[in-house]
Design a protein around this ligand. Structure first.
Ligand code: A3P
Length: 297
């Protein structure tokens, strides 16, 4: 159905979530553009062979990978802040970018540009364990305003586990990506894991370099590694991030509060044993049949 439905759900403790539902896809209220136009413009985006699209589920390392990719694509080690997102910026910002273009999205796989699905341009995807992603998401949203969620961590977690959640349910989204070769066999993708990137950074950077078709250069990888280490990026973000008009509705200064801890396993400080057990049960049920080794600690 071609209708945009505004949804508000409230649980018995008063935790509330609001979103828009369009053709079965869930959009958070921070998407201010017309959702119908966004979906059409994204699908019809004219891609170029050297385009790089970064797909991430929210809070899974977008800024980190964006800066890595940008350093490789430009050969310049300057901190580049927050990416241009398909869903937050006018499509003409992307249309008018110089090649090689690099832009990001949290939009679900089926919503990505048709050209990308047909192998024009490449996609890098970074997956993070959903417990840390949920904690990071909760901390992020509760430090902003007008984002469509109010309440405590327990309420947030329950919403996070539901089928209808901002930018899709984590399990459904990740399974879609794991099935990519069946769904979109022509799509050129590199899938990386946040935890592996953190523990084996250099070898992952070498994979990224190779995927981008850049001549192998270990020394440059080492420099990129140093410039994109969590502490360095956090400091640079504080000193250099520019205000972004598109984020002013929910972040007063137009700068996203992105760099919190950058750790694997911080969820242990947030989840109660009961919450963790419940989450594990759902994880087991939903990921059944998927041979994927998500690292939680
Ligand atoms: P935490 O909230 O757990 O600290 P995104 O960019 O997709 O919004 O993701 C934000 C998450 O990635 C935050 O997680 C942030 O700290 C983490 N992150 C950002 N840069 C990082 C880096 N260089 N190394 C490790 N984690 C990083």
């Amino acid at each position: 159905m071609d209708v945009i439905e505004k949804v508000e759900r409230k649980d018995e403790r008063g935790n509330t979530i609001q979103y828009s539902l369009y053709k079965g896809f869930v959009f958070p209220p921070v998407i201010s553009s017309n959702i119908r136009d966004l979906v059409i413009n994204t699908a019809q985006l004219k891609c170029r062979q050297d385009d790089v699209l970064l797909y991430t589920y929210p809070k899974c390392g977008t800024h980190w990978m964006y800066n890595i990719l940008r350093m490789f694509l430009t050969g310049n080690l300057t901190y580049a802040g927050t990416p241009v997102y398909l869903e937050f910026f006018d499509i003409d910002v992307i249309n008018n970018m110089q090649s090689p273009r690099l832009f990001a999205t949290h939009l679900e796989l089926d919503l990505l540009p048709d050209d990308m699905k047909n192998g024009i341009g490449t996609v890098v995807n970074i997956i993070r364990n959903p417990k840390d992603a949920a904690v990071s998401y909760y901390c992020f949203l509760t430090s902003l305003k007008n984002v469509g969620f109010t309440g405590g961590f327990d309420g947030f977690l329950n919403f996070f586990l539901k089928d209808e959640f901002f930018f899709g349910n984590w399990f459904a989204v990740i399974k879609d990506w794991l099935d990519i070769k069946k769904k979109y066999p022509k799509m050129r993708t590199l899938m990386l894991y946040y935890e592996d990137l953190k523990r084996n950074t250099l070898s992952n950077l070498e994979r990224v370099q190779e995927f981008l078709g850049i001549t192998s250069d270990k020394d440059f990888c080492k420099k990129v590694m140093a410039c994109t280490d969590f502490t360095t990026m956090k400091q640079k973000h504080k000193e250099e991030s520019k205000s972004i008009q598109e984020f002013k509705d929910f972040s007063e200064d137009g700068v996203l509060p992105v760099y919190r801890k950058g750790e694997i396993g911080d969820w242990k400080r947030w989840f109660t044993p009961e919450q963790s057990q419940h989450f594990d049960l759902i994880y087991k049920e939903k990921m059944q049949g998927y041979d994927v080794d998500i690292v939680f600690e």
